[in-house]
Every structure is written in C-alpha cells, then in structure tokens.
Design a protein around this ligand. Structure first.
Ligand code: 0A1
Ligand code: ZN
Length: 854
C-alpha cells in the first residue's frame, strides 16, 4: 500500500511563498562527455551574492545525479546532499562553483533531463528537467548566459545560441542571451538538416535548419515555410525580430509534449514538424504550422521575457497561444480558426474548469508543476488575453505590448507586471479584470430580455459555480459582443461590446421598429456558458442570417445539441426543421466549404453528456451514442439524392496542396463521404481509398470503412503500406479504436496493446491508443467498465516509466461525477487502485488525488 504519512506526502508549493534566490548566476559553462549510460556533466558557474538578499541559503536543485566532485574557487568542498538537491557553505563575495556529475541518459524513460530517443541524445528541461542534468538553481528567475562544450562521437552536436567552434569529437556553443535553465537544450546524434534562411527586416541573415533522422528529409519543407512565415508575421504584426544568427529545429520521436521553445534550438515531437502529403492529413499540416509558429513566438514571449516562477506559466503560454491563434487566423480563415478553437476549448478546457481539476489560469499552489500544463493555463490563458484586447481595443493592445517588450525585455515577470503595462498604456484600471487570473470555473451568463415600444433591454446575470478551494466568487469583467437582427434577417445593430462588471446588469437599445433577435457573444467574446431561453426556430433563423460567422455556427451547434438532447431524453425523432436547415446549408455552394464542414460536424458526445448533466439528468453514454447514430443515419437518408453530386462537387482536383481552401473542401468532402458510406456500405469509400494520393483522403476513406465495419482489407493494406512510418502507424492504431462500436472499443484497444508495434515507451504510441480509447465516449464509458480497467492497468504500468504522460492521461477520469452510481463506483475503484500503487509517482499521485477528492 501507498505510504500516505506526512513525511512522504508530496510537498505543496505556494505562490505566496515566493522568495528570490540569494545569488545571481553570471555565467554558466557546461561540458558534456557523452556516453549512453555514463554521461559526465562538468559545470562551472560564476555566482554573485545579491547585496539585498533576505535569504542566502545556497541550495542547488539536483535529482537522480551522481555527484563526482565539487569545488568552490578551485578548492574541493563537500556539499550536504539534501532532498531534491544540495546545500553548501559559500563565500560572501563572488565565487566560482564547479561540479562534476554522472547521469544515465539511456535509462531515462521519463524523457525529462538528458535522454535518448532512437540512439540520439536530447534534452527536455521545462519545467524542472535541468536539475536532472546538473546541480543548479533550477528556477526561471535565475537567468544566465550559457557556454556549452559537447564531447562525443556523434556526427551532429547542437546546443543553444551560436556555434563557437567544432572539431573531431567536440563542438562548442555560446548563447549570448541570458536565459533560465528550462530553456537549455542539447541534441547529439546522426542527423541531417533541411536548410533555409531568413533575412530580418533590419537586414540580418539568419540560418535556419530542421534536423531530422536520415530518411525524413522529404518531410521538412512545409515546416521550413511555416517557420519563415512565422518570422515574417512577428515582424509585421508585433515588430519583433529574431535575435541570433541561427535557428535550429530538431525532430525527436520520443517526446512528452508537442514541442519546446529552447533558445535557438527548438525541439519538436516529430509529429509536430514532419509533414508530407502522403503521410499527413490537412489537420496535421494546420497543427504543424501553428506549433512551429507557437514555439517561434516564444522567442519573445517566454524567452526574452520569461516567468518569475511557474505559477506565472500562463504569462508566456496564454500570450503565445493567443499570438499563434492570430497567426493562424491571418494565414488561413479567421472565423474557421475561431470556431475550431472554441470547439477545442469546450472539449478540453470546459471539462477541466467544471470538474475536480479546476484551477485558475494562474494557480496558487501545486505539487507537480508538470500537471499544470493544462488547457486552462494555455487556452483559457489565451482567452483572457483576447478579452483584454477586446476591452482596450486593438490600438491600445499593441501599444501595451510595445511597452511590455520595452519595459521587461530580459526579465522574469509576473501577471502583475503584465497587467500594469496595460494599465499604464491605457489608463484603465484592471483590478477587477485580474479576477480572470485568480478565479477558476466557467462563468454562467443568464440572459433575459424585454421589449416594449421600440425599447429592447438585455439583462445579464453572471455566476460561477464553486470549484475546489473557491466556494464563492466575485463578479468578473465580461466583454459580451452583441448584435441585433430584425425579424426579416437584416442587422439592425452592428456588433457592440457590452462590458459586464456586476452580478446583474441591463443594457438598453432604443428606437427599434420591432422586437429584434439578439446575436449574443459574437466571436465567442468571453469563455463563458450562455444560458438563454431560445427556440429551435430562432436558432435556425440565426444559423441562416447572423452576420457573425461564429454565431452562425454557434446557432447550428446549439440546434444540434437540442435535437440530440431531445432524442436522448424523449426518444424523439431527429427534428425535421433542423434536418431541412442542414440540407439547405450543405447544398449552398455559396457558403465556405470549411464552414459547412464545421456545421456538419456533430457536437461531441461528451459535450451532450455535460449538457444533460447540467440540466439535472444523468447521461447514459450508450443512449447518447445511439442518438448520434440515428441522427447521422437520418441525415444521410434525407440527403440521399444530393450526396453523389455533393461528393463530386467537393472533390478537389489536381495535385494535393495543404492550403486552407483545399483543406476546407476536403473536410466537407470527408463528411459527405461518411454520410454516403452509411448508404452504400462503403463502395465510394473503397474507391476513394484506392485512388487516394494523399493521407487526408486515404485516412478519411479508411475511417468511413472501419466505421461501417467493412474496412478490414483496407486496414491491412494500410498497415502493409505504412508499417515503417511511426507517425502514420500512430494514426492506424488510433483510428481502429475511434471507429469501433462501443461494446468493442476496449477489446480493440486491448488487442492493439499486444501488437508488436505497440510500445509503452513512446508517448505518441501510448497516446494514440489510450487517447483514442478515452476519446471514444460511449466506448470508454461502456457499462462493462472494461475501458476504465484497461486504462488504469496501463497507467499503472506507464507510471514506472513516464510519470508525466501518465499523470496527464489520468484526466480521462475527470468527468466521472457526471455518470450514474454504477459507473462512478467502477471509476472510483480504478482510481483508488491507481492511488494505492506502490511507488506511484508524485505526478500521478497528485492527479488521482485531486480527481478522487471531487
Ligand atoms: N513550453 C512548451 C511546452 C512544453 C512544456 C513542458 C514540456 O515538458 C514537460 C515540454 C514542452 C510549449 O508551450 O510549447
Ligand atoms: Zn508554449
């Protein structure tokens, strides 16, 4: 059994306890003598005591290190090894610390610190991985310049900054920009580069490289173009230039997250950079472009200006997500990007914010910071910035950002610093707005209306349900973008941003000829849940007439939900008026295909479950699944005569190009194919599979066939064609689970874990299988409990190898309180079993405890 005595209980860190380190680290010299099991790291660091330090304890973090020797000013010292690091007596004047440690990269399956992926050395130091490389004040507010010497026989040996020299068996690097240790990186291995270059607006030539394993060279061109576009965009929109002579990106196969913004040496999960038409879908291309931009944008928002401590993580992440979303909107389609982001927010952030894992964008405590790389910190963090921009206006926003870069370049900052910049630049007080950073939970916005004699009044009431540790919450500032339509569909009031600051507030419009139809929360102007009595007729009206594309989609989405809820609760037939509205829209060639594809995409079954739960019902996953199936089948039948024409009309001719226009058409084409397959059993899908010359169409066809339980031959062919491509194999693993019927989902996943290509050690493969299982709502929550058990078995096994990925995947259980007593007790049993596992990691312990404490 787990020992839960206080002595071994994980330590909790609090924002309120922040104290600066008592020493400045002026320069860091590191020498790496690479060997898979016995790498030596020799550090030489110049420390200066801070004159005004309250605490002069010389504590260096260090974990899983074998200390070989330590010296201060060339004299051997014997530091006191303590939990999580070492302490040492040091002089009161500037001194040089030297240490030699030994580490074992080959044995590092946690993928934090220095580890090996496919015989290649690489690092991951955010958040606290550097302490597994050497003893160091591993905290983001200690910034220093790094000089690095790498000794080994790897053909390519890279680190941050600019190259200083290289010879047989060694390479030296120097990064002139002071940085925290979490931005340190080293890569060494047999790599080949796809080169490029970029000239900054001030005329500096920057060498660009994407480094990959031999054989992957042909998958780099798209990423390179995305990088150049990002560099140009940041100059054009934010006036920010790149600041080194070299920018390297490296692709690694074993990586816990998407990518990492190490200074001048970004390290990417290969799935987030490698792309080719034959192996990547349109969605992959879009994601790769966004992640390359995201990591590049961190060079200013994260690296040049970093975080004072990890509680401030959303300072860099929220802002950088906001910036990458702006970039994607500019490169592709603004409304489509917004709709996609809101779908993702509702799928990932809302469940977090409305369950046991709810936390504010700036949390005030944590046990394991890796558990706070969440949708709340990232995506809600970005929403908060979007609201701020909406409230102060575009001009003020860019004025504030300019001041932020001028004032804080080279510093480690807080949310207070960030908001102060806006206050100073705009003259506007932001103390109430700051609640968005400190309060958890999704606000509910109840809307009522009144119309008499040409005067229309909208009344809003805001409230936020209790979240862990926060029973009551004060009202927030909520920007609500509203437009009004007349009953004939004309817009009688253009978009106006109403600023809510009170618990209850009314806004009046005068001089209206008739009662208008309101379009509320246009562009999803705040991350809230709108509660307003409406009718399906009104929703259909907005779907047809709203001038705001987001709200047009939103009306369709609300309709889709209402129809499914009625089907689940009352066994109602699919609403005929909705089917007609959908048919009209799908056939309307004047509408953007990407938009039509989004309207045709059903709301997620998990979302329906949450809606039912919010309305006081206990969701039955099987019934929700059945309703979705019936709906889609009925829609297919209704569209029967137009489907072949629509399929032909949306088939993109000519060679594949991953642009937004083609992607939109293919997305619609894919939805049409899935409807068509319900009628023809897979004839068209089999033809498409056969003819496809790109992964988007091949994958869509295979998915349609597997869903129709008629894709065995194609699945085998797919395996035969792609078994040597890891990234495509991840798709193959995931798709079989995603397309399985609920009663077969867990068994399908279990069988795939026995496949020779399944690996616990590769996070992408683990996520392909278990992400797909957890994402199959009716399959994962099948009444047998097999899905729960299978996931728990595998999380327990994975925890020994990779706590970080294990802990993140525990979130699959976070919605457990929505379901019936039977499912709750099955889930509780699994969570308790995980919690009771001997030697469970701090990461997983924290997650499981928080989920169980709900
Ligand atoms: N800062 C990176 C994400 C990242 C975070 C943690 C990691 O390992 C624990 C790795 C990457 C980003 O926002 O892209
Ligand atoms: Zn980031």
């Amino acid at each position: 059994m787990k020992d839960a005595s206080p002595a071994t209980a994980p330590k909790t860190f609090y924002l309120k306890d922040y104290t600066p380190f008592g020493y400045d680290a002026e320069s860091v010299h590191l020498t790496f003598r690479l060997a898979p099991e016995t790498t030596r790291v020799i550090s030489r660091i110049r420390f200066t005591p801070k004159p005004d330090a309250a605490d002069r304890t010389f504590f260096l973090h260090g974990e899983e290190l074998k200390l070989i020797s330590a010296k201060i000013d060339c004299q051997a010292v014997t530091p006191e090894l303590v939990e999580g690091g070492l302490k040492c007596e040091v002089p009161g004047a500037p001194f040089t610390w030297e240490a030699e440690v030994e580490i074992n990269p080959a044995d590092n399956t946690a993928l934090e610190g220095l580890y090996m992926s496919n015989h290649m050395y690489c690092t991951q130091c955010e958040a606290e991985g550097f302490r597994k490389i050497t003893y160091y004040p591993d905290r983001p507010d200690v910034m220093s310049t790094f000089t690095v010497r790498i000794e080994g026989d790897e053909p390519v040996m890279l680190s941050n900054g600019n190259p200083m020299g290289q010879g047989e068996g060694w390479a030296e690097w120097h990064d002139p920009w002071p940085k925290p240790a979490y931005l340190f990186a080293l890569v060494a291995g047999d790599l080949v580069n796809h080169p490029g270059s970029f000239t900054t607006k001030s005329g500096k030539e920057v060498e660009l490289n994407i480094w990959v394993r031999p054989g992957d060279e042909h998958k780099c061109a798209f990423g390179m173009e995305a990088l150049k576009k990002s560099m140009k965009w940041d100059e054009d929109v934010y006036g920010l230039e790149y600041d080194l002579d070299l920018f390297n990106i490296v692709a690694v196969d074993d990586f816990n997250m998407g990518a990492m913004e190490n200074k001048g040496l970004n390290i990417f999960n290969s799935s987030c950079v490698l792309a080719s038409p034959e192996t990547s879908t349109d969605a992959n291309f879009e994601r790769i472009e966004a992640i390359i931009a995201h990591e590049y944008f961190h060079n200013w928002t994260g690296n040049r200006i970093t975080c004072r401590d990890w509680f401030q993580l959303c300072l860099k992440e929220g802002l950088t997500v906001f910036r990458d979303a702006q970039f994607t909107a500019d490169m592709r389609s603004e409304p489509v990007k917004r709709i996609e982001d809101v779908i993702a927010l509702r799928a990932r952030q809302f469940p977090e914010d409305n369950g046991p894992l709810a936390h504010p964008p700036r949390p005030e405590q944590f046990q394991e910071i890796n558990n706070f790389y969440t949708a709340t910190v990232y995506e809600k963090g970005a929403e908060v910035i979007g609201m701020l921009k909406r409230l102060v206006g575009d001009e003020n926003y860019y004025k504030a950002l300019k001041l932020y870069f001028e004032r804080h370049d080279g510093q480690a900052c807080t949310i207070e610093d960030w908001l102060k910049v806006f206050e100073d630049a705009t003259g506007r007080g932001l103390s109430q707005f700051k609640l968005w950073y400190s309060q958890a939970g999704t606000p509910r916005l109840k809307v009522s209306e009144d119309y008499a004699d040409g005067t229309y009044t909208l009344t809003f009431e805001q409230s936020t349900p209790p979240t862990p540790g926060q029973p009551d919450k004060a009202p927030r500032v909520i920007p609500v973008a509203v437009g009004l339509l007349s009953p004939n569909g004309d817009e009688v009031r253009g978009t106006e941003v109403l600023e809510l600051t009170e618990a209850r507030q009314s806004f009046t419009y005068q001089g209206l000829a008739s009662k208008p139809v309101p379009s509320i929360l246009r562009e999803f102007s705040a991350p809230v849940i709108l509660e307003r009595e409406s009718t399906n007729a009104e929703r259909a009206f907005l779907l047809a007439h709203d001038t705001d594309p987001f709200n047009r989609w939103e009306a369709g989405n609300a309709l889709a939900k209402e129809v499914r809820v009625a089907m689940v609760l009352d066994g109602a037939a699919p609403d005929a008026a909705y089917l007609d509205a959908l048919e009209k829209l799908v056939r309307d060639d004047a509408q953007d295909p990407a938009f039509r594809a989004l309207v045709l995409t059903p709301p997620s079954q998990s979302d329906i479950a949450q809606t039912l739960f919010d309305r006081g019902h206990t969701p039955d996953p099987q019934k929700i699944y059945d309703a979705a199936e019936t709906f889609t089948q009925t829609l297919a039948q209704q569209l029967e005569t137009s489907l072949p024409r629509l399929y032909a009309a949306t088939t993109v001719d000519g060679p594949y190009a991953p642009d937004a226009e083609g992607a939109g058409k293919r997305a619609l084409n894919g939805r049409i194919l899935s409807l068509l397959t319900r009628l023809d059993g897979g004839e068209q899908a089999a033809r498409q599979y056969q003819a496809a010359d790109n992964m988007t169409q091949q994958y869509a066809a295979l998915g349609a066939l597997l869903k129709a339980e008629n894709g065995e031959a194609q699945s085998q062919a797919f395996f035969g064609q792609w078994q040597d491509d890891r990234l495509v194999m991840d798709k193959w693993f995931a798709l079989q689970i995603a397309c399985a019927a609920p009663e077969k989902t867990a068994a399908t996943a279990a069988a795939l874990t026995r496949h020779p290509l399944f690996s616990m050690k590769n996070p992408n493969r683990f996520r392909a299988v278990f992400g797909a299982l957890a994402g199959h709502h009716a399959g994962f929550h099948h009444a047998s409990g097999e899905g729960y058990q299978l996931l728990a078995d595998n999380l327990i096994a994975l925890d020994k190898l990779n706590p970080q990925t294990t802990a993140r995947m525990c979130a699959a259980f976070q919605t457990w309180k929505r379901y019936d007593a039977g499912r709750q007790s099955l889930i509780r049993a699994q969570l308790t079993r995980i919690a009771g596992t001997d030697g469970l990691s701090r990461d997983t312990t924290e997650m499981v405890t928080r989920i169980l404490d709900a």
